[in-house]
Every structure is written in structure tokens, then in C-alpha cells.
Design a protein around this ligand. Sequence first.
Ligand code: SAM
Length: 256
Amino acid sequence: MEVFKEGYSSFYDVLYREKDYAGECDFLEAVFKRYSKRPVASVLDLGCGTGGHTSLLAGRGYRVAGVDLSEAMLDAARRKAAEGGLDIDYRLGDIREVRLGERFDAVVAMFAVMGYQTGNDDVSAAIRTAREHLEPGGLFIFDVWFGPAVVAEGPLDKTLTLDDADGAITRTTKPVLNLMEQTVDVNFHVRRTRGGSVVEETRERHVMRFFFPEEIELLLEAGGFQTISICPFGEPDGETSPSTWNISVIARAGAR
Ligand SMILES: C[S@@+](CC[C@H](N)C(=O)[O-])C[C@H]1O[C@@H](n2cnc3c(N)ncnc32)[C@H](O)[C@@H]1O
């Protein structure tokens, strides 16, 4: 998976500086309280990236581990943990096969991580990883793009411009919908400009899968999970509809 290389990763925390990681951790904690059959004291973050959730959860007192395939994203996560004096077990690894040799009370994969697992084998392998790191009754929480909305609305070109210390960062996103593969090729082009001149730029193509509710339930069931809820992203009491682009999925590990 040739994504989140050094160039794109170096822009990541700026591009998502408005993302409400604290609110998303509030959502996770509300889900732990409502649905977990066991007290949640430890969390494994699959595809932890630069540690947006892991660092906040560790700061809130959870024992936390994070796995990611991108060395550059993990470097940023480790820097953040060191700055905050946080003890987080970060590991370089592929969520389709990594085994930490320990169990957690909850496993999360936040911000479309499961969408990067494009084939059924990839998705099933990542679900197996989640199951292997949970005791029966533990929760697996992730979010993905919702197929009905992607098909009904289609992905749109977007441009995001942000002020930087002494210039600007512009990201253009050009998506290509592959209906038969259930994926979108998301073509990112990020440029840093100073005084109108481009001083740094990077391009990446992210192939993202979108999911339909019935297949989510089937894939989870085959991997030893019961689907508890499919709701709009971060809204446990909300109703999904064909205009819900991002969904949160909450699943509970069954007996072995
Ligand atoms: C959109 S980022 C989300 C990062 C973080 N969870 C957040 O919310 O900011 C997706 C992350 O998933 C990681 N990822 C995707 N597929 C992976 C895999 N098979 N194994 C490990 N990491 C993976 C990428 O490297 C990237 O850091």
C-alpha cells in the first residue's frame, strides 16, 4: 500500500487540524459505556496514523497501543507522545496480519482505515486482527464510507486551502468512482506556496472502498463479531440514510 509516504504524511496534521479528535474520543467513550460488556481500560488503535485518537485516549487514562503501516505517520505519533509525556505502544505493522500477543478491551480503526482494505480478503484479515486482540464481549469500532450515499451522490472534486506559518497549503482532491470495484480513487495533490511560488508538493492516489450495510454484517459475522449498530459517523442515536456519507460501525466480539 503505497500511501501516507513521507511527503503526504508531513502535511497530514495541518490538513486535519480542524478535525474534532476530542469529540470523536467522546463518541468512543460514550460507545464504550453504552455497549461494552466489560469495563474499557485498554484500547488498540488499528491504523493509528499520527496518533490523533491514541494520544487523547492515553491522556484520558487508557492503556493504548497503535499500529500503522506508515513509518512517517508513526514518527509524528511518537513525537506527539514524547511531547505530551505519554506512554503509548506504537508499532509499525499491517493491520491485516499484525499480532501484538496481547488483548485489549476495545479495538478502534478511525477515519476510514477499513476503507483502505479494498478486497474482501483484506477486510476479513483486518477484522480477524481486531478479533484476535479482543476478549469475548469486547468492542470493535470503525468508520467507513457508506455505499448508498457514494452511489447516490457521487464523490466531488474539492479544494482546501489553509494558511501556513508563512504561506499557504492547498490540497486538491480529484476522485474517480469505480462502481464495479466498490472503490473511489482519491487523487490528492498538495502544494505549499510562499509568495505565490510552489516550494513543496506531493501527490498520492488513495484507493478507498465503500461499504453496504448487509455486507458489513456478513463480513463481521464471518470474523466472529455481531454488528450492534451502523449509525451516522459519531452519532450513536442517528439514523443512516442514502445521504449519510460516513458511517460508524459498532460490533461486539462473540465467543471463540
Ligand atoms: C486516514 S488515515 C487515519 C489515521 C488516524 N486513524 C486518524 O484518525 O487520524 C488512515 C491510516 O490508516 C493506515 N493504514 C491503512 N491501511 C493499513 C494497513 N493495512 N495496516 C496498517 N495501517 C494501515 C494508513 O497508513 C494511515 O495512517
